[in-house]
Design a protein around this ligand. Structure first.
Ligand code: HEM
Length: 348
């Protein structure tokens, strides 16, 4: 039997293949993909943390993150409320097209104090996937440079002005650093965050009793978000290349081998999670791998969590009767980038 992630049908529902892999082929070469598939939780975790399996992305360091987070929280709260209130009076809306796809990019644009028209461009770059996790779109430099020059001459109170005026280790940030940080914020993980938010909303709408609990006790939101990331990670496959021979899943792979870490499969591994298909906001130890593990662990987990928390709170405030539109069922799709593409709801 030839095993490949590229089989038709896997994009719609990868879970039967993930189960087959975990149970019988914990490490197997996918010839069509050109990568070794790793599907058990323990193996995926070990691979993500293995320094011989490289990844080229660079992200904001903790010093920079402390500059970004307060401004982003305020902007995410405001933006989420504006987007939620715009939909609240309508009979039926699609939360993907009108909310989850917009919130991460629009919140970053608002935090940086950029004009709203630029949210449209940034959202398009995020949606077309032209910015990989952690990377910046090449044209962002051109979009940002005039704004950086203007903030240097006439500082305001927005995040771009804060970055222009900031000192890290006593040194001001260069234009390149400011542009790179703002660019990462705008497109670096916006697409992954948008997908994760769509899956989060789908999981809660699918479980109205848990949604009611979260509405009554917002302190439950972080656990509910983590559980959604475990069950439905927005980036279910992370590719890595071995820089040296590496022992994984019971075999030794040569230098140069490409490894596909199946985060989506690891999150449903019954050896790690009891009843893994179930969405349960009270799961004692979600310990998901949706943000990776080890050296390349996503540096923006707090930023992504802000979008989830502010987004959900704003929707629940604006939409007391939030529920699926009659007869609607979400249908997540995607192999490397997975989420429902449509979330039809009744706001009231
Ligand atoms: C729910 C949203 C997000 C998810 C699920 C996610 C997931 C991930 C994963 C799995 C990795 C590890 C990749 C690997 O091991 O090779 C990663 C790395 C990274 N992410 Fe995220 N991410 C999210 C949001 C963001 C955001 C909002 C940003 C930027 C503002 C961002 C920036 C980065 C960067 C720079 C890296 C590379 C870290 C390194 O290699 O050292 N991510 N992310």
């Amino acid at each position: 039997m030839k095993i490949t992630l590229l089989d038709p049908g896997v994009e719609r529902d990868p879970y039967p293949l993930y189960r087959t892999l975990r149970e019988g082929f914990p490490l197997v070469h996918d010839e069509m993909l050109g990568a070794w598939l790793l599907s058990r939780y323990a193996d995926v975790r070990a691979a993500l943390g293995d320094v011989r399996l490289g990844s080229a992305a660079v992200g904001p360091s903790p010093a920079y993150r402390r500059l970004l987070e307060p401004a982003l929280r305020t902007a995410a709260e405001r933006t989420a409320h504006v987007l939620a209130r715009r939909m609240a009076g309508r009979r039926e809306v699609d939360l993907v097209a009108e909310f989850s796809d917009w919130l991460p990019a629009a919140a970053a644009v608002a935090a940086l104090g950029l004009p709203w028209e630029e949210a449209v461009q940034v959202r398009e770059w995020c949606r077309t996937g032209s910015a990989r996790s952690g990377g910046c779109h090449p044209e962002l430099g051109g979009l940002l440079r005039p704004h950086v020059t203007r903030r240097r001459a006439h500082p305001g109170t927005d995040l771009l002005s804060v970055l222009c005026a900031a000192r890290v280790d006593g040194q001001p940030l260069s234009d390149e650093t400011v542009t790179a940080l703002a660019g990462t914020l705008l497109t670096g993980g916006g697409e992954a965050t948008a997908r994760a938010l769509a899956s989060f909303l789908a999981n809660l709408l699918d479980h109205p009793a848990q949604l009611d609990l979260v509405r009554a006790r917002p302190g439950l939101i972080p656990g509910a978000w983590a559980e959604s990331l475990r069950r439905d990670p927005p980036t279910p496959v992370v590719l890595r290349r071995a820089s040296a021979p590496v022992a994984l899943g019971g075999a030794t792979l040569p230098a140069g081998a490409v490894v596909a870490c199946l985060i989506g499969s690891a999150g449903r591994d019954p050896f790690r999670f009891a009843d893994p298909d179930r969405y349960d906001i009270f799961r004692a130890d979600p310990a998901h791998l949706a943000f990776g593990a080890g050296r390349h662990f996503c540096p923006a987990t707090t930023l992504a969590g802000l979008a989830a928390e502010c987004g959900l709170r704003a929707l629940l405030d604006a939409m007391p009767g939030l529920r699926w539109a009659p007869g609607f069922r979400p249908a997540p799709r995607g192999l490397m980038a997975r989420a429902p593409r449509l979330l039809l709801v009744r706001p009231r």
